[in-house]
Design a protein around this ligand. Structure first.
Ligand SMILES: [Zn+2]
Length: 291
């Protein structure tokens, strides 16, 4: 398929009340697993690379692999830079061919967050089809370079959210509503559903215009995920689940095949395990068959 625009993909999801999975990858095996699962489920897909893996492999390498895969896939696939707080690196990835850039200036004050987000929006919109995600309030936990302690986490103010969206012209918006990166310490984390509802009504009430993102998908119970989608979340970020699956599957395989030296076999087992997790998420998010 031609290279997809995340905003259009997510506006459709917002209207039809499902969410698109945005899955973080750090290597080619994970990337292959994610794409195979999405094709098997005929689901639209957002591949995410955060800053560390983007720098490790190089933005041009990641973008080239992505482009080759996306153009021959029967489903729409985006490539998203996740949680980048470096304006220059956002631009580097936009130039390299990422289709979606998240400028995360959420630790800055409100005015500076608007200024940096607007700078990236202007830059990406000038290039053309690149959409930009911004964040207001902070998601707790650790995601790559961005670390926020739970007690520091500040939830997104609905009125400020509207002002942020209007002033930056951001394409996709991540409001902090209490979800966290990493593993939740409790089975029933405190999420502010009313806040999400208010934000969704203020921004997308009359007509969907800026799709909303839920960060920290790993560990949320299925009924919670469905409620967040029904309230307006249309991009669902999943990272930790896939990291754990990669590490645990690799460990288990090596432990039980200690004298085997065939990396291809480990890759195949890891790929299947990750594929299983992605298929679970795609079904839960309701995006199966929506490609
Ligand atoms: Zn995140």
């Amino acid at each position: 398929m031609p290279i997809a625009n995340a905003k259009d993909m997510l506006l459709k999801a917002t209207e039809e009340k499902y969410a698109v999975g945005a899955f973080n990858v750090t290597n080619l095996i994970q990337l292959k697993a994610v794409v195979e699962a999405a094709i098997a489920k005929s689901a639209p897909l957002i591949i995410q690379a955060s800053v560390a893996p983007s720098k490790f492999l190089g933005p041009k390498v990641i973008a080239a692999i992505y482009k080759t895969i996306a153009e021959s896939a029967p489903i729409p696939i985006c490539l998203h830079l996740d949680h980048c707080n470096d304006v220059e690196f956002c631009k580097t990835c936009a130039d390299a061919g990422y289709t979606n850039i998240m400028i995360d200036a959420s630790k800055q004050d409100f005015a500076e967050n608007i200024r940096q987000t607007k700078e990236i929006c202007d830059y990406c919109h000038e290039i053309g089809t690149i959409s930009v995600e911004g964040e207001l309030g902070t998601v707790s936990g650790i995601e790559d370079q961005v670390k926020v302690a739970e007690d520091e986490a500040q939830l997104c103010d609905p009125e400020q959210a509207l002002e942020f969206v209007d002033q930056t012209e951001v394409d996709i918006f991540a409001p902090a509503i209490g979800t966290a990166h990493g593993v939740y310490k409790t089975k029933d984390p405190k999420l502010d559903f009313d806040r999400l509802k208010k934000i969704a009504n203020l921004i997308n009430g009359s007509q969907p215009r800026v799709p909303l993102v839920i960060h920290g998908g790993t560990g949320l119970q299925p009924d919670v995920v469905k409620r967040l989608i029904s309230l307006g979340g249309s991009k669902f970020n999943v990272s930790t689940d896939l990291k754990h699956t990669l590490i645990d599957t690799t460990y288990d395989y090596i432990s039980s095949h200690r004298n085997e030296y065939n990396p291809g076999k480990i890759d195949a087992v890891v790929k299947e395990a990750i594929k299983g997790r992605i298929e679970y998420w795609i079904e839960l998010l309701g995006c199966a068959g929506k490609a």
